[in-house]
Design a protein around this ligand. Structure first.
Ligand code: SF4
Length: 286
């Protein structure tokens, strides 16, 4: 890893990325794409070492309380966070200044900060989002090799439920010929239902591939799924959007299962929920 002094930390939509790069090793990682113009190796994680100071300045200057999001471009609970605790410090500031937090991760390191998430959720709102792509643990070890198992992520969701912290599952990406099965969709939605997730996000039944992440993905296919790369090339060529050939059927299964368990699946509604800051409680004297 290497350290930089960043100039700013919050995007226009109040999103934050403390780290750039990741060691979780997901074979389908879009953050590897050339279009993001990363000037260092993906595994040489860039650390915005002054992130807490920048965040404090940004929170102090806000005229209204809002939700602070993180995890869209890199996992805030990546390896360096174990010792650096920058994310923890940022959550402390979010709690101290009364803001809300919406955190996306695949790592159970988030359990270390459950006390702060609970505190934020009590005074404002916290939403924990976990990505789960496969119910098959041996497949999980191949497609997401350096992060905790699906079962452990499900446990994290259950722990959040016990603390009344709302959760959202990201059931994405769905990799054609790999995890695009009916049983996988059913099992993952069932995990979400048992954990009481507020919603499940999926961006259609498929994935995206572009220069930078395509090469990494294809190398992993050659290593773990002989013959599948050639199938991708024949079926999808150089396309950016890679829909599962089973997509229509699996989408119907996904919707049916979510409706059966009463789980929100409309993307716009879920993103709206995660960005809505709660209205202050009215004090009643009588
Ligand atoms: S956790 Fe996210 S950023 Fe890290 S390798 Fe996986 S997809 Fe990429």
């Amino acid at each position: 890893m290497h350290f930089v002094q960043a100039k700013s930390i919050l995007s226009a939509n109040n999103g934050m990325n403390i780290y750039r790069g990741c060691l979780h090793g997901c074979i389908y990682c879009d953050a590897r794409s050339d279009c993001y113009q990363m000037k260092h190796a993906f595994e040489d994680i860039e650390v915005k070492i002054n992130a807490p100071q920048l965040l404090e300045t940004a929170l102090k200057s806000k005229r209204r309380l809002c939700m602070i999001g993180t995890g869209a471009m890199s996992d805030p609970y990546c390896a360096p966070e174990c010792e650096l605790k920058l994310m923890r410090r940022c959550l402390e500031l979010i709690a101290e200044y009364g803001f809300g937090a919406a955190v996306l991760t695949k790592s159970d390191l988030i359990m270390r900060d459950i006390d702060l998430l609970e505190e934020i959720n009590t005074s404002a709102k916290a939403v924990v989002q976990m990505t789960l792509t496969t119910a098959d643990e041996s497949l999980c070890q191949i497609v997401e090799p350096n992060v905790c198992s699906t079962a452990r992520r499900a446990e994290v969701l259950m722990e959040m439920k016990k603390r009344k912290i709302p959760t959202v599952m990201w059931l994405t990406p769905i990799l054609p010929f790999i995890n695009d099965t009916e049983s996988n969709i059913r099992e993952l939605v069932q995990i979400g239902a048992e954990a009481g997730v507020w919603g499940i996000i999926t961006f259609g039944i498929g994935m995206t591939l572009r220069s930078g992440d395509r090469e990494y993905f294809y190398a992993a296919l050659d290593k773990h799924f002989p013959g599948i790369k050639q199938r991708y090339i024949r079926t999808f060529g150089e396309r950016y959007e890679i829909p599962s050939p089973n997509g229509e059927k699996l989408w119907a299964v996904f919707i049916n299962e979510c409706e059966r368990y009463g789980i929100e699946f409309r993307q716009e509604r879920i993103f709206q929920y995660m960005s809505e800051f709660p209205e202050p409680q009215q004090l009643t004297l009588f």
